[in-house]
Design a protein around this ligand. Structure first.
Ligand SMILES: [Zn+2]
Length: 67
C-alpha cells in the first residue's frame, strides 16, 4: 500500500492526496490557503472561507448547514 503524507495527514491513494492538495492550495499561485470558519447562529450555518495569503485570492466560500 502507498502511504505518503500531505501536511500532517497520511493518505493511501493519489486521489485522496490530490483532493487534500486542491482543498489547501491556491489554484493561481500554489501557496497554502488560510481557512477561516465562522458559525452564524441566526442562520445555523457554518461559513468556510479559504483565501490565499500570498495573492489574496478568495478561493472558496462555502456554507455548511448545522443540524
Ligand atoms: Zn494565490
Amino acid at each position: 500500500m502507498d502511504n505518503k503524507s500531505v501536511g500532517s495527514i497520511r493518505t493511501t491513494t493519489q486521489k485522496k492526496r490530490d483532493f487534500i492538495k486542491n482543498q489547501n492550495e491556491c489554484y493561481l499561485c500554489g501557496n497554502h490557503l488560510s481557512i477561516h470558519v465562522e458559525y452564524i447562529s441566526f442562520t445555523r450555518f457554518v461559513v468556510e472561507r479559504a483565501q490565499c495569503g500570498h495573492c489574496m485570492t478568495l478561493v472558496r466560500v462555502q456554507n455548511h448547514s448545522v443540524q
